[in-house]
Design a protein. Structure first.
Length: 584
């Protein structure tokens, strides 16, 4: 049990500092400052002097952060494991809990702005013991926030969600859930405590407490609106998943896999033969059939897709959930592969396995499919029946099936897109040796970098998005600038040499134009356009000359079986426009 609790705690801590927690931080911070401020009372001392008592609510306010976090832990634990059962028993819609949480958040925000309303909200709690009664509404706020807290997906959360969805809830699952919730809540407690300390100790806050309360109320209402319309997703998608490296270590740890195994189901036993993330294709047994689905999208007449019906095609089964930020960052790569390879024998099938009750709504899912521009088939797996058949552990997860129906590769989480595309191309060639494949498309995909996994992130050269330029010369849009190469290029950066005409989307070579790139990757792609040549020089390897012609396209500079840390120097003939470096 100690090992189980430790795994849950570690998984929660990683989640608690991930990008997915960011929308919660302003709410938590201002909630920590929301206790009532009362003037100190004067009392007479034994010696006849005057003493200033601490405000009666100061001690109560000290407990406010703990009450908020306690509410989050209770709400998250309870509704993650039993939310679907409760909603079904009461005949309530699947997204009732989410809208309830948004309503609570909005009411608390209004209560900060209008004290009379705040008094009315907390009034039901005045019958509780007198100590801290002024802050019992903090626990209710925590209960509401627990229904809105959608953490980044990982193997621990997957095991909890599967247990709740399938009704396989025992003491092990309860221990795992509570320890995960505590781990995820600890970083939030720090922010709530910081808000509480500021409200108590900073004179400027005490002097303007009313103004800060109104400001906090406005922030809460605005964030409730942003959460309601999924505006926060845009911010989360744009941020690198700086915890992905830690998540990967947890997912691939043999002890963790063994402890979480009871939640993985009994289907697809042979899939354990595959090592997730392996570069080489393997034979992992027959792909399990899609089962227990509720509704299908993007299929003729809404009929279910099936592994048996797709024999002869290469199939990529993608497990995802529409509110999962990790999945949202992966979607552009799937769309690019679908566009490039569908007519050549690839069929992508999305299996939507929800993390939370509100994701079970067919209307919500349909809106997400339309918003993302997904045209491949998507099956609704509300009871995680297909998930358990595949013994899945992660959002997102990709299972690559060959034309004969055998699973050949498994990939958990983000990243490795170049490797997955290479495997797709190999299986398409195996299925039809005569097929004419286009150039790899993954290097041209405009998607946020996942970061943190060791591979150099996508690198933009133009003025508008360049972040890794380390050399002499400044990117000045609309100007031809003289740059200087670094003699020793630092990791995951580049420098320019010679003269370049700088644009907002690309830089264009003129005279003596060069670039030096330090990278860690197995594959390197360079998006280029124009007419001319680029010479690639890597120490210890013969120089290569690449001919560039036409509109922007991804040209492969490096193709190795494993990642290498290298520095390359590129020499451009005049008239070549360079956009990005991408890595796999």
């Amino acid at each position: 049990m100690i090992t189980l609790a430790f795994i849950g705690l570690v998984g929660g801590l990683i989640t608690g500092v991930s990008p997915c927690v960011l929308p919660m931080l302003p709410i938590i911070f201002f909630a920590g400052t929301a206790g009532k401020t009362e003037p100190a009372r004067k009392t007479a001392s034994a010696g006849g002097g005057v003493l200033l008592d601490e405000p009666a609510v100061k001690k109560a306010r000290d407990f406010r952060p703990l009450k908020i976090i306690a509410g989050i832990v209770v709400s998250f634990s309870l509704f993650t494991l039993t939310g679907s059962v409760i909603l079904s028993a009461l005949g309530l819609p699947d997204d009732f809990l989410r809208w309830g949480g948004l309503t609570i958040l909005t009411l608390v925000g209004l209560g900060l702005i209008f004290p009379a309303l705040g008094h009315w909200i907390e009034k039901p709690f005045y019958r509780l013991p007198k100590i801290n009664r002024n802050n019992n509404g903090a626990f209710v706020l925590g209960l509401g926030l627990g229904t809105l807290y959608v953490p980044c997906a990982g193997p621990v959360l997957a095991a909890i969600t599967v247990a709740g969805a399938t009704g396989n809830v025992g003491w092990r699952t309860v221990v795992l859930t509570v320890s995960f919730a505590l781990g995820a809540a600890l970083p939030l407690l720090i922010f709530a405590s910081a808000g509480s300390r500021i409200s108590q100790r900073v004179k400027a806050y005490r002097d303007h407490a009313r103004g800060f309360r109104i400001g906090g109320g406005i922030v809460m209402i605005l964030l409730a609106i942003a959460l309601a319309f999924n505006i926060t997703d845009v911010i989360q998608r744009s941020l690198p998943s700086y915890t992905s490296g830690l998540e990967k270590k947890v997912a691939e740890n043999k002890t963790v896999q063994g402890v979480l195994a009871p939640a993985l189901g009994q289907g697809g036993q042979d899939l354990a033969k595959c090592t997730p993330g392996a570069a080489e294709l393997a034979s992992c047994g027959a792909a399990p059939e899609f089962t227990g689905t509720q509704k299908w999208f993007n299929t003729p007449g809404g009929k279910p897709a099936s592994i048996g019906g797709l024999k002869g095609k290469v199939v990529l089964v993608d497990f995802w959930a529409y509110s999962c930020i990790n999945c949202q960052r992966a979607t552009p790569h799937l769309l690019a592969w679908d566009k490039a390879y569908r007519s050549l024998g690839l069929e992508i099938v999305g299996i939507h396995s929800p993390e939370f009750a509100f994701e079970k709504s067919a209307g919500n899912l349909e809106s997400a499919i339309r918003k993302e521009g997904i045209a491949y088939p998507v099956g609704q797996d509300n009871n995680l029946a297909t998930w358990t058949q595949y013994r899945n552990q992660y959002w997102p997860a990709k299972y690559l099936v060959d034309a004969g129906g055998t699973v050949r590769s498994i990939k958990f989480g983000e990243g490795g897109y170049g490797q997955t595309e290479d495997q797709i191309r190999q299986l398409l060639k195996d299925a039809n040796p005569e097929v004419q494949l286009p150039a790899p498309v993954d290097g041209t995909v405009k998607a946020p970098s996942i970061g943190g996994a060791g591979t150099t992130p996508e690198t933009y050269l133009a003025y508008s998005r360049s972040a890794n330029l380390r050399g002499t010369g400044k990117l000045t849009p609309g100007k031809t600038v003289a740059f200087g190469l670094n003699s020793a290029q630092s990791d995951d950066t580049y420098s320019l040499g010679g003269n370049w005409k700088v644009g907002t989307q690309s830089v264009t070579s003129t005279t003596g134009s060069k670039a030096r790139l330090n990278y860690n990757a197995a594959k390197v792609y360079h998006v280029l356009s124009g007419q001319g040549t680029v010479t690639v020089s890597i120490p210890g390897e013969p120089d290569r000359t690449i001919k560039v012609s036409g509109t922007p396209n991804a040209y492969q500079l490096v193709d190795k079986p494993a990642q290498e840390r290298k520095t390359m120097t590129l020499t451009y003939s005049p008239g070549i426009s360079a956009f990005t470096f991408s890595f796999g």
